[in-house]
Design a protein. Structure first.
Lengths: 223, 223
């Protein structure tokens, strides 16, 4: 049995990723980042999912990314768009996956983990640069040089098992692994109860995924 | 005139790096990380140095790295060693430079900076893996793929101008640039007034630097 740090936002992709890591036989240390997102329903979902999917522990690290602004997800002065975006959308959080992987790397060293799981996805990636395979490969190169563990000969493997899957393939996979998608929160502007707006990019991609998979959409919507 | 994010811990190396960035003509956005270090004298020093060396602004981001422990610098249950260490010392903070560069990268995107300056040093590097030239080069590769700005054709250059210098060369350079080293705090266990212990690895390397440079050591010691 080996050990992994799993990045868990509380959304559909990261929940599926945790289920996969457990399916791989990993002892899972789930890590969420409280980076000043607009709502905390996502973090509550993460906590519930860590428990229901059998993570060994779950920690939330606080980081005030709102302090530097620049994203509709952390800066209240920028509105979340409700029409499809062209190019990189304003919901992009600057360097978010770089920061999350860096924090996961630090914790992976402390718990002596063999792998880090991240639920990035290159197909339905919403236009974010830090969701692409090249980005993950570059972080692997960095991790091979950055850590005490790697210097001692034991690299930490960066695993992005969803990277080449469509949203439909992800939900079909997750259903087989027993993920309760009703408990996940993907919406960029969910309400306090975690109910989705149904209009933002993330809601659109998620709904499309269930449609294309031929599954009923279990998402709890605001109306 | 171009713009840079400068990582500023409040120690000797980062103060010199800020002075160099200013000398390069950069508008400097100084960034310090409050990661639960044992003392806050270092952050106070950073604030004073940002002002005296002419940074355009200075921000402190809080991140509770103490939550995952693993280092003598963030975990109060691990003692700071007072004899020279073999291999990677316990004062190593897991993935610290990876995390600091990741945070700098996010801010660099927001302020549209052309460069990030970091004061890592490969010679007197105290055995930390994330102070080596290969590590910096790997982070540059990552930054080229990770950001909205890079996707749009404008990379962010990672500059580590001290990386091949000895501590003596660093202090000689800094003196020419007008750095007041009395205002810097390098000690791993400085007291509340920022006075150094004179015994930890960091104090040893610093004192040696002044000696080898033939300069009087301006450090304020506890005794």
């Amino acid at each position: 049995m080996t050990r992994a740090v799993v990045l868990l936002s509380g959304g559909l992709d990261s929940a599926t990723t945790l289920a996969l890591a457990r399916h791989d036989g990993m002892i899972c240390h789930a890590l969420s980042l409280d980076y000043g997102q607009r709502h905390h329903a996502e973090l509550e979902a993460a906590s519930n999912l860590a428990h229901s999917l059998g993570a060994a522990e779950h920690r939330v690290m606080r980081l005030d990314m709102g302090a530097y602004g620049g994203s509709a997800l952390t800066d209240a002065s920028i509105a979340v768009p409700e029409a499809a975006s062209v190019g990189i959308p304003v919901t992009y959080v600057p360097a978010r996956n770089t920061i999350m992987l860096a924090l996961a790397l630090g914790w992976a060293e402390v718990v002596d983990a063999d792998a880090i799981y991240i639920g990035v996805n290159a197909l339905d990636y919403s236009g974010y640069p830090d969701c692409r395979p090249d980005f993950v490969a570059a972080f692997q190169q960095l991790a091979n040089l950055a850590t005490k563990r790697a210097v001692n000969g034991a690299a930490i493997e960066i695993r992005a098992p969803l990277i080449h899957l469509s949203k439909a393939e992800i939900v079909l996979l997750g259903m087989r692994l027993g993920v309760d998608y009703r408990a996940t929160v993907s919406c960029y502007q969910a309400d306090n109860q975690g109910r989705a707006c149904g209009r933002c990019d993330s809601c659109r991609l998620r709904r499309q995924g269930f449609e294309q998979a031929g599954l009923a959409d279990p998402t709890r919507y605001q109306d």
